[in-house]
Design a binder for this molecule. Structure first.
Ligand code: NAD
Length: 511
């Protein structure tokens, strides 16, 4: 296929950036990448061995010595060039994201646009790695703080954002002076190989060491080499809460730093004072977009009792109009789930919620071979279920398009239900009432990292700090001052006088 060729993807590909694997002679373990669209084979990627991993870390350490001495605006210039190269490859890379992960083409292209946006942001950031100046209590002393790069940074990413999440981390960390070792999800290794090809080209064109951006491939075993590795002072990990708990414990045991971006269980509160048309449209995008496989997917809808029936019917009508099918087709809004396991866990969750007393009011069917133009993928009809907030399954993140409708009568009750889950990523309220909106955003309102008014839970912009609280892990990536997590802070005091006064006025005279 032409787009694969243009991205440098071959039948068998190096999954390790040092490129030392001998491919094709059977000596190297390979991952097969198949498309969720119809299950057909795309290409193979080699799995990094322990020896190759150690070589990558050594290469990264060497590159760090050069990169950290490169002025930050010059590092920004490299990121600017990566942004330009991504613009050239937007169509092809967006298509690969759709092909390998299964999200619709609009979202595949959107993901690459997000990479381009974060490059632009990081270029500006490269001239704004500000430290503060403090007033010293001692005469003729100057105090200030400065930020230094941390070192080789491990980036572990999830399958559902195969390229954008890497860029949120890597582009900011790059201008901060860190070098990166990326372990993508084993479900989408080709996207990572394509991105690696793009950045390597920019490094080569600028005579810079390739070890600034590194790639390793494999399952959780490779991830565990990274989390246990004292040579990596920071691990930024995106994925399930189960994974995050393991990463936090391993990295914490060696007192390393983590940025954790874990699962969500996001809700929208819809008040009787909302613009219901806007609320319904935002709900549908939030709940069925990416086939319910976004960390910010709307999973719970907490609707005021006075409008509950009307709003439920409105949603069912909109759901009926959602075209499910091949994600490469222009009119498709919902593509396949990533694999059979995801379809199974959706079916299990639907059984469980109905056993608890929930009422399935729409969807939930498996559509394999069922009036679709494609066969072989795991296509499902997004589901709407009337439920109670305290059903055990409603408290969990099921990574599939199930929307639980929950009734409330007053706002305090709605907020209590909203905050009753263990996750704390994204949240929203639809209302045109100022008091309700401000209550939702106040200290007794949403407990999430992201809280919106009249904007749904998914589709964040890169300019804000992205991340969530509680079991979502507390990490922040992307915009605002998230860059600080990729650097170490140093406080400096300089005495330019002829005396040696001590802080707090302590006298300590030595004759
Ligand atoms: P996953 O946890 O199965 O895997 C994520 C990554 O972690 C993979 O690269 C995997 O190989 C690696 N991994 C797994 N166990 C590990 C371990 N013990 N040590 C080191 N690495 C390990 O997640 P997934 O199924 O790929 O992605 C879906 C999940 O990711 C959902 O829960 C979703 O909400 C979450 N997610 C969160 C965000 C966010 O920003 N908060 C963004 C995207 C996805």
């Amino acid at each position: 296929m032409e787009f694969l060729r243009k991205l440098g993807i071959e039948g068998t590909n190096h999954g390790t950036s040092t490129g030392q694997e001998s491919l094709g002679d059977g000596s190297q373990q390979m991952i097969e990448s198949a498309t969720p669209i119809d299950g057909s084979h795309i290409a193979e990627v080699s799995v990094t061995t322990r020896e190759q991993y150690d070589q990558v870390v050594t290469t990264a350490q060497d590159a760090f010595n050069e990169w950290r001495e490169t002025p930050a605006p010059k590092r920004g210039e490299i990121v600017r060039q990566i942004g330009l190269k991504l613009r050239e490859h937007k169509e092809d890379l967006g298509k690969l994201v759709t092909y390998e992960m299964g999200k619709i083409l609009q979202e595949g292209l959107g993901e690459v646009q997000e990479m381009i946006d974060i490059c632009d942001f990081a270029v500006g950031q490269s001239r704004q790695l500000y430290g503060k100046t403090m007033q010293s209590e001692r005469p003729q002393h100057r105090m200030y703080e400065q930020w230094h790069p941390l070192g080789p940074t491990g980036i572990i990413t999830a399958f559902n954002f195969p390229v954008a999440v890497w860029s949120w981390n890597a582009m900011i960390a790059a201008v901060c002076g860190d070098v990166m070792i990326w372990k993508p999800s084993e479900k989408v290794p080709l996207c990572a190989v394509a991105v690696q090809n793009i950045v390597s080209e920019v490094l080569r064109e600028n005579d810079l060491p390739e070890g600034i951006f590194n790639l390793v491939t494999g399952d959780k075993e490779v991830g565990e080499w990274m989390t246990n590795d004292e040579r990596l002072p920071l691990i930024s990990a995106t994925g399930s809460i189960r994974m995050g708990k393991q990463v936090a414990q391993t990295v914490g045991a060696r007192l390393g730093k983590t940025i954790l971006e874990l699962g969500g269980n996001n809700a929208i509160i819809v008040s009787e004072n909302a613009d219901l048309e806007m609320a319904a449209r935002a709900t549908v995008f939030g709940s069925v977009g990416t086939c319910g496989q976004r960390c910010t997917t709307t999973r719970r809808l907490i609707v005021q009792d006075t409008i509950f029936e009307d709003f439920k019917n409105r949603l069912v009508q909109l759901y009926k109009g959602v075209k499910i099918g091949n994600p490469l087709n222009d009119d498709t809004l919902v593509g396949p789930l990533v694999d059979g396991k995801a379809a199974e866990s959706m079916q299990q969750a639907l059984t469980e919620v109905q056993d608890s007393g929930g009422e399935l009011v729409y969807g939930g069917e498996l559509l394999e071979g069922n009036n679709l133009e494609v066969e072989g993928g795991h296509y499902v009809q997004p589901a709407i279920v009337v439920a109670k907030h305290d059903y055990p399954i409603v408290q969990e993140e099921t990574f599939a398009p199930i929307l639980y409708l929950i009734k409330y009568s007053d706002l305090d009750e709605a907020i209590a239900m909203h905050n009753s889950v263990r996750q704390g990523l994204s949240s929203a309220m639809f209302t045109l009432n100022l008091r309700e909106a401000e209550t939702f955003l106040s200290t007794r309102g949403s407990d999430c990292g992201i809280a919106n008014i009249n904007v749904g839970t998914s589709g964040a912009e890169i300019g804000g700090a992205f991340g969530g609280e509680k079991e979502t892990g507390g990490g922040r990536e992307s915009g605002s001052d998230a860059w600080k997590a990729y650097m170490r802070r140093q406080t400096n005091t300089i005495n330019w006088g002829k005396e040696m006064p001590l802080a707090q006025g302590i006298e300590f005279d030595v004759d």
